[in-house]
Design a protein around this ligand. Structure first.
Ligand SMILES: *Cc1c(COP(=O)(O)O)cnc(C)c1O
Length: 362
């Protein structure tokens, strides 16, 4: 099944010189392309009304359910421009499938993965001049999302749902070189418990992470680390990135899935590291193993990963009353940087796509 999508070109697109100026210094999440994609769902009609129109504000009834009960899910992915000018996305069907899993958890109707990918492709094609040159790790960040758009204050799954895709040019995550992060271990707040929404990509998880992030910032740290709810002992992930630990003997550990978000970067790294001959363990990983492993030198590198930053080295872990720093405090570790380069090279078409991860948009 393919979606019927009508396209109405914006009557006021940005001029070429405005676009060039924005792409020279896009930052993150500030500027948006000329168009957006919209699709609606009702029980009677199913998914319908697929359209690409001028980017602009929505008009919502104040009783719109998402504003009250946070029935919402979203995705984050990027389009990359290769040296020959072609435009590609990275494993988009994985984002599409993850949205169906999130939709299930949030009691939304399922949008077929093929329709998700088609919607993203068509928006990127229409706004292709907004995909920056790949040099300097620029990209077009793509934000598909689904909201309960029914105006109704009763608590039940919405009978009117809206799926949209918007896109925003993004600069390199690290300006002036990759720099290790300092992380704050929160002992007051948790992210997700068993049976909760931890594995769904939903705004509520981000809302609940903000106060912990404030605590991290107040303690001079860049990001916050969450532990499991049940025992307060096992490392889960950061607010929006998964974690990896590299041992001196070459094996690599990443927390198992269940209550964490199943990162597409995380799963790509499992395959990349295995191909390089590293044994990868997905298991429960305790905060004591982290502290003691880094202190003893058994753990030689720690890094976080996600679409926005790709791979981010971690230098220091702080908590209330202490801190531990690895060897790679000022500079990223060698495997961290190798994996980062391997991934980025595949995404920008500078290395052979041995895993078949890249999807050509145009
Ligand atoms: C999106 C996200 C990640 C990273 O997932 P990627 O698919 O690699 O971008 C990790 N943790 C959380 C909580 C997220 O929302």
């Amino acid at each position: 099944m393919t979606l019927d999508i009508t396209t109405t070109a914006s009557d006021s697109p940005r001029s070429e010189s405005e676009v060039a100026e924005i792409l020279a210094n896009p930052g993150f999440g500030t500027y948006f392309t000329d168009h957006m994609f919209t699709l609606e769902w009702t029980p009677g009609e199913g998914w319908h009304g697929g359209r690409i129109t001028k980017y602009g504000p929505l008009s919502l009834d104040p009783a719109t359910a998402v504003l009250h009960y946070a029935q919402e899910t979203f995705e984050g992915m990027k389009a990359y421009r290769h040296a020959d000018g072609s435009i590609w996305t990275f494993r988009p069907e994985e984002n599409a499938k993850r949205m169906t899993r999130s939709s299930h958890r949030l009691a939304f109707p399922v949008l077929e993965p093929d329709d998700f990918v088609q919607a993203v492709d068509e928006l990127v094609q229409v706004d292709q001049r907004w995909v920056p040159e790949g040099a300097g790790e620029k990209s077009l960040y793509i934000r598909p999302f689904m909201i309960a758009s029914e105006a109704f204050l009763g608590v039940r799954p919405a009978q009117h749902v809206t799926f949209m895709v918007i896109a925003s040019p993004a600069g390199a995550y690290f300006k002036g070189g990759v720099k290790p992060l300092t992380l704050w271990l929160t002992e007051d707040y948790t992210r997700a418990g068993r049976g909760g929404m931890g594995a769904a990509k939903t705004g509520g998880n981000y809302a609940s992470s903000l106060v912990a992030q404030q605590e991290a910032t107040a303690n001079g740290c860049d990001q916050v680390v969450f532990l499991d709810v049940a025992e307060g002992k096992y490392v889960e992930e950061l607010g929006g990135m998964n974690m990896y630990f590299v041992y001196a003997d070459g094996h690599v550990v990443t927390p198992e899935t269940g209550t964490i978000l199943e990162g597409i970067t995380r799963s790509a790294i499992i395959e990349l590291a295995q191909k390089k001959g590293h044994q990868v363990e997905e298991r429960k990983f305790s905060i004591d193993e982290w502290r003691e492993g880094v202190a003893s030198g058994d753990i030689t590198e720690v890094f976080a990963c996600g679409t926005a930053a790709v791979v981010t080295p971690v230098g220091t872990l702080k908590w209330d009353g202490g801190e531990v720093s690895g060897k790679a405090t000022d500079d990223a570790g060698p495997l961290t940087m190798e994996i980062r380069r391997d991934l980025v090279d595949i995404q920008y078409g500078r290395a052979d796509d041995a895993f078949g991860w890249m999807h050509r948009v145009c």
